[in-house]
Ligand binder design. Sequence first.
Ligand code: HPA
Ligand code: ZN
Length: 339
Amino acid sequence: MTAEFISKLPKAELHLHIEGSLEPELMFELAERNKIKLPYASIEEVRAAYEFDDLQSFLDIYYAGAGVLLQMQDFFDLTWAYITRVQKQNVQHVEIFFDPQTHTDRGVPFRTVITGIHKALLEAEEKYGMTSRLILCFLRHLSEDAALKTLEDALPFRGWITGVGLDSSEVGFPPENFERVFARASAEGFRKVAHAGEEGPPEYIWQALDLLGVSRIDHGVRCLEDQKLVERLVQENMPLTVCPLSNTKLRVFEKMEDHNLKQMLDAGLCVTINSDDPAYFGGYMNENFLAVQKGLQLSQQEIVEIAKNGFRASYLPQEEIESHLQSIDDFVAGEITSS
Ligand code: HPA
Ligand code: ZN
């Protein structure tokens, strides 16, 4: 299978932190515009700093980078840069995470953050027909009270937000700490997802399911350590938003050949492929698909099934999901007749 096939295949991205799409070039541009001093002398120096040992070593740099985002226009430019990149990769639907606490804790109003992102998403639909959803993530290294306050901030904008999620440092910050805020979000009609089983144990995935009531697990790669959990995830057809380049960059797996994505597929799990923080991990959707296809020798049929899972696991209405699945079938049929 060729890189061209992967590139042309219609795709949906379900695990993307918008702050993680901040490329060094834009970081420098925004630092200059906002008169912020960066601890790096050049764009090359920034890229050279992107060598990580684990999740925390990445998060330290990721939160520092987000410090250049101040004005509504900055959040618009950030989001628009991501949209134009993935539009060229035939990504047709995106569900984007944002971390309001990273910004409100620096004095940037919630409204500034969400309005800039929302405007870019509206333009993506108008200009490219790209659909989207927005998911607000609570930072799990902060308190549940801080998360509850953030949920309050979000309520005036509930029409722009589809769901809530849980991200940041995982080990030592279990889902059970956030049971109340997820219950509240659920009562307000939000969908629920959580990062679980990236670095944390299978127990955190159980908690995300049983205590938070999530309808997708972000990462979830450590589920294979617990057979009962795998059975549960298969039985419920629970989607897992796997991020291959993120996992190798953060040393969850030493190299792509060691990734367990194929074992997950073989176990019958609903696996999707996503980029997580593409500016930091060396690739957007196509690069993730290609790296894992090559590393694990995935067949064309497996790649197509994973792309379909991206739409099936999305929060689009059923008829739009069906229409995307049909366009994937049409694309594949066209490839077969033309080859
Ligand atoms: N894990 C947890 N928090 C994050 C990540 C991730 O992969 N990316 C951005 N915030
Ligand atoms: Zn993530």
